[in-house]
Each structure stands twice: as structure tokens, then as C-alpha cells.
Design a binder for this molecule. Structure first.
Ligand SMILES: [Zn+2]
Length: 297
């Protein structure tokens, strides 16, 4: 039995063999290629399979996706933006495998529920805040998938007080303020000269004024979005992971203040917002859960 997990992220493809969990050391990553995306993705899968017959493959993809059709249309993979039938392609490459596809946020929620931060609760929200924002929702112990597989697009929840243009075509979305790429754009527009999100986070941690202001905006926007979703779904635990979650108090203080200001209803008094324990393998771990629950897994 060979079980693989594949993550289609915003800037890389990652593959890992799944035993009972995902070990960071076992993860193979390549940058999203400009051309030949599937060919390189398949090559990576074949390398990890190492000639063994793959029995099950779980795919976590950045959205949007069409889960029923097995199609992904991630904004950051140019060749696939109009839709790529990844399940059919993977099925052709691994004819004996059970292939399952879910949104990255859905996999994030599965990973955190089975292996990570939200194992002990029934109602939770999980967020990964890196270049973009992915999110997943668990209600009553079930991860919410949605009609087309796209539930949990937390990055496009509207945040009061902000009107930044979003890449989705709308304005004032959480991702347009608190996504790493957007925060970087904002900081550069204010005159900061750094060029990458890790650099932005590091500069904010060391107290560089503009990056710190970018993290404060991000923290405030995250807190407001979290308070809204927690009230909507009666949630008591929120786990935040990803690059920006590592910015420390400069992000977490305004985040917690915004939650305290807005989450005032009595049933939200115990709302906890914590850093994710699973770290960078959380989505891939969820793709592993997806693969292991497939009939062939
Ligand atoms: Zn948007």
C-alpha cells in the first residue's frame, strides 16, 4: 500500500508519502513551474512513489476548485487558471489509485482535526496566513466542504474598515489586507524597500516601522474576520498558522484586541485564538487524511 499526498500551493507543489502522519523531512517541494505544470507535478509524484504502485492519492489544492469535476483553477498556476482536470490526469498516471481532491482549506481543517490543534473541539476555524490566506471550518465535528468544494475561503470574507482592492475582483477582502503578498504590496507602497514576505515578517519582528504597521493592519483585519465567523458559526477555537502567524506580538496583539472588541456575545466568551501546532505541513497532512480515508487507502 503506497499512499501519497500532493499539495498545490500558491508558489510550490509538495508531495509526501503518508504513513500515519507527515514528517517535514519527507516532504518534496518544487516551485510552481512557469510551463509544464502537470508534467513536473507528475514527475515529482513518480519520484516519491519510487516505482511502487500508488494505491491512494490525496490532493489539496489552492482554490477555486470544482470538486465534483475533479478540476482545479488556482490563481497562482497560470496554466491552470482556466481549470485543469487534475483528478483525471492523476488517475491516468496512477490507474490503480483512489484519487481524492479537496480545497487546501478543507485539508487544513482535516489535518488540524486529526493530527493538530483542533483535535479536542467540535467547532473550529483554521487559517493559514502566508502569501494568500486559506481557511477551513469545522462545525459539529464535520469539516464543511460546501456545494462546489470551496467552503472556507476565509481570505474573501469582507473586513469592515478596509477597502483594499482584492485579486478576486472585489474590495475589502481579508486577503487584500492580511495576505502576505498584499501586506508586502502595502508596505512597499508606503516606501519600504524589502521584496519578500519572509523579509517583511522579519523586519516587523525587529520593529521596523512600516513592516510593523503592515502586521498591525493584518492583525486587526484577521481579528475582525475571526470575530465575524466565530459569531456566525458558534466557534470556540481558532488556529492560525502560516508565515504571518510567526510575526509575534506585532501581529497577535492587534489580532487579540480586535477579537476582544468585536466578539462580545455571551457564547463567545471562551473563544480562543491560538497559533497552529502543525506548522508548514498542515495542508499536506490533511491531504494525507483525505488519502487514508479513501477506500484504497
Ligand atoms: Zn477577494
Amino acid at each position: 500500500m503506497t499512499v501519497l499526498a500532493l499539495e498545490i500551493a500558491t508558489s510550490w507543489f509538495a508531495v509526501s508519502e503518508i504513513a500515519s502522519d507527515v514528517d517535514t523531512d519527507d516532504v518534496r517541494r518544487i516551485p510552481v513551474p512557469a510551463r509544464g505544470a502537470w508534467e513536473q507535478c507528475k514527475e515529482l509524484l513518480l519520484e516519491v512513489a519510487g516505482g511502487r504502485e500508488v494505491t491512494s492519492l490525496g490532493i489539496a489544492s489552492a482554490g477555486p476548485i470544482d470538486m465534483a469535476a475533479g478540476v482545479v483553477a488556482p490563481l497562482d498556476v497560470p496554466e491552470w487558471r482556466a481549470g485543469f482536470a487534475i483528478v483525471a490526469a492523476a488517475q491516468a498516471a496512477f490507474p490503480k489509485a483512489e484519487v481524492r481532491l479537496a480545497l487546501d482549506g478543507v485539508c487544513l481543517a482535516l489535518g488540524e482535526r486529526n493530527l493538530g490543534t483542533t483535535q479536542d473541539v467540535m467547532d473550529s476555524l483554521v487559517l493559514n496566513v502566508s502569501d494568500r490566506i486559506c481557511g477551513g471550518v469545522m462545525v459539529g465535528g464535520f469539516v464543511v466542504v460546501g456545494r462546489t468544494g470551496n467552503a472556507g475561503h476565509l481570505g474573501h470574507v469582507l473586513v469592515p474598515g478596509f477597502d483594499d482592492p482584492c485579486e478576486c475582483g472585489g474590495r475589502g477582502c481579508l486577503e487584500a489586507v492580511a495576505g502576505g503578498a498584499a501586506a508586502l504590496r502595502w508596505a512597499r507602497a508606503q516606501g519600504w524597500s524589502g521584496v519578500s514576505v519572509p523579509e517583511l515578517v522579519e523586519a516587523a519582528v525587529t520593529g521596523d516601522e512600516i513592516p510593523a504597521a503592515a502586521m498591525r493592519r493584518a492583525g486587526t483585519a484577521l481579528g475582525r474576520a475571526i470575530a465575524s465567523v466565530a459569531a456566525l458559526l458558534d466557534i470556540d477555537l481558532v488556529a492560525v498558522g502560516g508565515l504571518l502567524s510567526e510575526a509575534g506580538p506585532v501581529l497577535w496583539k492587534p489580532l487579540n484586541e480586535a477579537v476582544a472588541t468585536h466578539a462580545r456575545l455571551s457564547f463567545l466568551s471562551g473563544l480562543r485564538v491560538v497559533q497552529s501546532k502543525l506548522g508548514p505541513v498542515s495542508v499536506l497532512a490533511g491531504a494525507g487524511v483525505l488519502a487514508l480515508t479513501a477506500p484504497g487507502g
